[in-house]
Design a protein around this ligand. Structure first.
Ligand SMILES: *Cc1c(COP(=O)(O)O)cnc(C)c1O
Length: 402
């Protein structure tokens, strides 16, 4: 199997992208290179590998694979890595991209963001670096336009967002802002490259929390950046090495192993989530269901165009619902489940359920949460790959407890 074929489908790339059979041993899985350093034949003469923070073959294999999946135009065919970068967490990936900015620069960020990204921007980067942030609802193109200043250097969008599952139109944003010196970055964690590839829609950088669907088994924390632009890639590579928050070799192997089944897993996540979203929407115990695959989603049209799995519109594996109850009722809902686990995080094979206001989004200021609609009766479900019948029964059991 040669992985140089540019026509390969995504599900083939999840298995083979950026990888080749080891010429020495025939190993079909890239070995885990734990060595921190590499012998040189003469001072300064090495075989492309010097020190593992700078270069690691296992990390490179993961980086090439994700770069292929995201459709990076940079050549991923050789042993080195060009368009993809793996970090010790999603937040480390985000922080490293922000490291490429200068003090005085301005960033426009989505108003609904993963709680930790919000905290990183407001409580770390802003005070320590003198970088200003404006948070806007990017489902409104005019609101983005109104936020642009002559210091704006980065636009940071998340779509679908966490936890409100808002959908921004990536192609429309890129068409509006192209050529204005603003780096366009998209947190693609919820959609995964299986459903949406922002680089192919005019974005410059894609970020992932690989902890979620890429790893897929809730057993590794990692982050990714991908770009198609040579100059941006060189800047990220410099900062990745200079700052040093790289992904270790064993974690790189776990993420790469997880990525191999991503196409299959996403199909099941999407199919089961649609069924559960429909079940929730039909219940009189539920005030509102937000799911990108439902016609009732506020940006259903954009979702249908932008998020597809194998050519068919797909809504992803995440559902957010507002229950027709108070805090005590939503606690009963969360405690009645038997298959879903009450836990933070998402995107793993196991189904998880959580309360954003108390758990994942506790670090978002209460007034900001209220403005977004993250209230006491809001719950978030990450639908796993268990039997959809068992999952539906579990949700019915929880609804009965409300
Ligand atoms: C989890 C998550 C992150 C942060 O990633 P870590 O790997 O936990 O650092 C960023 N964005 C989204 C959408 C996430 O779900």
């Amino acid at each position: 199997m040669s992985e140089h074929d540019s026509q390969m489908q995504l599900d083939t790339l999840t298995v083979h992208g950026g990888q080749h059979v080891c010429p020495q041993t025939g190993a079909v899985m890239p070995p885990v290179y734990l060595s921190s350093t590499y012998a040189q034949t003469a001072p300064g003469e090495h075989q492309g590998f010097e020190y593992s923070r700078s270069h690691n073959p296992t990390r490179y294999a993961l980086e090439r694979c994700i770069a292929r999946l995201e459709g990076s135009a940079l050549d991923q065919s050789q042993d080195v890595s060009f368009g993809g970068f793996a970090f010790s967490s999603g937040l480390a990936a985000t922080a490293t991209l922000l490291d490429t900015l200068k003090s005085g620069d301005h960033v426009i960020a989505m108003d609904d963001l993963y709680g930790g990204t919000h905290r990183l921007f407001r409580q770390v980067i802003n005070p320590s670096r003198g970088i200003d942030f404006t948070f806007v609802d990017m489902t409104d193109l005019d609101a983005i336009e109104a936020a642009v200043t002559d210091r704006t250097r980065l636009l940071w969008v998340e779509t679908p967002t966490n936890p409100m599952l808002k959908i921004s139109d990536l192609q429309a944003i890129a068409d509006r802002l192209r050529g204005r010196g603003i780096l366009l970055a998209c947190d693609n964690t919820f959609a995964t490259p299986m459903l949406q590839r922002p680089l192919t829609m005019g974005f410059d950088v894609v970020m992932h929390s690989g902890t979620k669907y890429i790893g897929g088994h809730s057993d590794v924390v990692c982050g990714m950046l991908v770009t198609s632009d040579q100059a941006i890639a060189e800047r990220i590579r410099f900062h990745q090495n200079a700052v040093g928050s790289v992904l270790g070799p064993f974690d790189s192997y776990l993420a790469l192993r997880g990525a191999k089944t991503m196409a299959l897993r996403m199909q099941r996540h999407c199919d089961s989530a649609l069924r559960i979203a429909q079940l929730l929407e039909a219940s009189d115990k539920v005030a509102q269901v937000i799911y990108p695959g439902l016609p009732s989603h506020p940006q259903a049209d954009v979702a249908r165009r932008q998020m597809c799995l194998g050519g068919t519109p797909a809504g992803g594996g995440m559902i957010t619902a507002t229950l027709e109850t108070d805090l005590a009722g939503s606690r009963r809902f969360l405690e009645a489940v038997q298959v879903f686990a009450l836990a933070e995080s998402l995107g793993g094979v196991e189904s998880l359920i959580e309360h954003p206001a108390i758990m994942t989004h506790a670090s978002v200021p209460p007034e900001h949460r209220a403005a977004l609609g993250i209230g006491d009766a809001l719950v978030r479900l990450s639908v796993g790959i268990e039997s959809p019948d068992d999952l539906c029964r579990d949700v019915e059991r929880a609804l009965a407890a409300v």
